[in-house]
Ligand binder design. Structure first.
Ligand SMILES: *Cc1c(COP(=O)(O)O)cnc(C)c1O
Length: 388
């Protein structure tokens, strides 16, 4: 019986225990402590941001970013459509309205063209968004020069959802450090993990201080428990921050490993017709969190659905590309701006896209198993088609 191959399992370095033991030895079993402070400092240093606030999840980090930007009831927030639901849920927490922006083909990320159209329309209606959330999907950076330029022109702040792109860079800058705020996730499936956790990064230290305040129930500076505004319980545990410190030390190795996984897939499947791997924009370096590709059924002889089933039969976990948020029942009725008239890139990527097992601990043998399985479906289908 073959072992299950997972999409993106955790990959410990072995040094995590040292930090966990230290937390236990000193009895810092709390949502604050030396590991939390050090993890914030080390991650900010690594990314090249002025500061960072360690939080209980990437979703919490996004939520606080929106709060810090004053997003409230009835406000609009522009958001990438091709992403995980957590990118947009916090917009709704604040009673604001998401407006979804399509992808463009070069990065699969937010289309500057679609964003421009959305802004022009919003300006005409006299209702500009309070913030823009741009997602760097599967590690690939969005077209940040163009997006920053458009946001700057309309004077609207930008939040980078870099949950999937920690360790990626864009023209020499780390993903997550180019907008007003960036967020990272350390969920169990991300490139480094604390089992669960997140980080808010910014160059605005006062804002980060406010984030820490909100994340700790917004306690006023008084010895008795006094509160003037509603806060949250969003801080990261000192034990988990210890895991994060050890994971951060191997982040660059993890990026290299995932990039190698991607390259092996690309080389091994290069001769199969109808497959196209997720591009990498010039002057950017993706962490290749997940190896993603599209399958054109007419050329390949098989669809995404067929391949998913075929892999699942051999205990290989693969996934379709995220279902665009503007197609989700949850966001029915929300506005959506496509890349171009009659060209919805995200819908096309959803129809044809698949993510293959991409863990940094995926062994060569396991990857050979995945590749062999894909090639066998291709061979089978093309034989069937010829016979038909
Ligand atoms: C994982 C993820 C999040 C949420 O992070 P959590 O730490 O799980 O809350 C947000 N956005 C994207 C794009 C993600 O992939």
């Amino acid at each position: 019986m073959n072992r299950t191959i997972y999409l993106s399992p955790p990959h410990m370095s072995g040094k995590e225990q040292t930090y966990i033991e230290e937390a236990f030895r000193t009895n810092w079993i709390a949502p604050l402590g030396p590991n939390v402070d050090a993890f914030e400092r080390e991650l900010a240093g690594w990314a090249g941001a002025e500061g960072a606030a360690a939080l209980s999840s990437g979703t919490a980090a996004l939520h606080l970013a929106l709060k810090l930007l004053g997003v409230g009831r009835g406000d609009l927030v522009f958001c990438s459509t091709l992403t995980f639901v957590a990118s947009a849920n916090p917009i709704r927490y604040e009673g604001a309205e998401p407006v979804f922006i399509d992808s463009e083909p070069d990065t699969w990320n937010m289309s500057p063209q679609g964003l421009e159209t959305a802004f022009v329309n919003a300006a005409l209606e006299g209702r500009l968004p309070k913030a823009v959330i741009v997602v760097h999907l599967y590690g690939q950076s969005a077209k940040m020069d163009e997006i920053l330029q458009i946001c700057g022109r309309f004077g609207v702040p930008l939040i980078e959802d870099a949950a999937e792109s920690l360790g990626s860079s864009y023209k020499g800058r780390m993903s997550g450090t180019m907008g007003d705020f960036g967020i990272y996730s350390f969920n169990g499936n991300k490139i480094i993990t604390t089992s669960g956790g997140g980080m808010l990064v910014s160059d605005d230290k006062a804002m980060l201080e406010k984030a820490r305040f909100l994340a700790q129930q917004a306690r006023d500076p008084a010895p008795h428990y006094q509160h003037s505004e509603a806060g949250y319980n969003y801080r990261l545990s000192n034990v988990l921050a210890g895991i994060g410190r050890a994971q951060l030390q191997v982040l660059e190795q993890r990026v290299e490993a995932r990039r190698a996984v991607f390259e092996r897939y690309r080389e091994a499947l290069a001769d199969l017709p109808g497959l196209a791997f997720m591009p990498e924009l010039p002057e950017t370096r993706s962490n290749r969190w997940l190896t993603a590709l599209t399958i054109e059924e007419a050329e390949a002889g098989f669809s995404v659905k067929m391949l998913l089933d075929w892999l699942a039969d051999e205990q290989i976990e693969a996934r379709p590309v995220w279902k665009p948020l503007h197609l989700q029942p949850l966001f029915e009725g929300c506005r959506y701006y496509a890349h171009a008239r009659e060209e919805s890139v995200s819908e096309e990527l959803f129809r044809t896209g698949i993510c293959l097992p991409s863990g940094s601990n995926l062994t060569l043998e396991e990857q050979e198993r995945v590749i062999g399985r894909i090639r066998s479906l291709c061979a089978l289908r093309n034989r069937t088609i010829r016979l038909a």
